[in-house]
Design a protein around this ligand. Structure first.
Ligand code: ATP
Length: 140
């Protein structure tokens, strides 16, 4: 059965998550406050909507609590990311993954109940170095 995801914030990270979920056969609701970004994903995502996710009524009307997993990929606007996560939590979303901008942001996200917090740039750096080092070991 297809799993239903919602991706909030269609920057480089959120956009890539959205594309990959679709490539893996999932249903994706793509959300952004920016009309241009939403237009870009209207042909890619299952549904694409322009919305400010810091507005509880908007998220309620989208039926966000019915989605199995919501990914919050709002990076720069930490306040909007935190507020969106609190609302998702209050509405009873089952699983919430959030992109953190820094350690302070991560701490707050964990405190308010985000299930998973990711730092894409940091995590990718660690992965690449792990690969570089293990390849070097094999070279000797
Ligand atoms: P990335 O680091 O992934 O490339 P970015 O720098 O392109 O991201 P960010 O500022 O991190 O962009 O924000 C990601 C997206 O979140 C943007 O497209 C922005 O319009 C969207 N966004 C910001 N605030 C809100 C909000 N309140 N509701 C919905 N979307 C929002």
């Amino acid at each position: 059965m297809k799993k239903e995801f919602a991706v909030i914030g269609l920057g480089r990270f959120g956009g890539s998550i959205c594309r990959e979920l679709i490539a893996q056969g999932m249903e994706v609701l793509a959300i952004d406050i920016d009309e241009e970004r939403v237009n870009e994903y209207s042909e890619i995502a299952t549904y694409a909507v322009i919305a400010d996710t810091t507005d509880e009524a908007v998220l309620k009307n989208l039926g966000i609590r019915n989605f199995e997993h919501v990914i919050v990929a709002i990076g720069d606007n930490i306040q909007a990311s935190i507020l969106t996560t609190i609302i998702l939590k209050e509405l009873g979303v089952e699983r919430i993954t959030v992109k953190a901008q820094n350690d302070y942001h991560e701490k707050v996200l964990r405190k308010i109940g985000a299930d998973q917090v990711v730092h894409p740039e940091r995590d990718m750096g660690v992965r690449i170095v792990t690969n570089l080092v293990s390849n070097n070991v094999l070279d000797y």
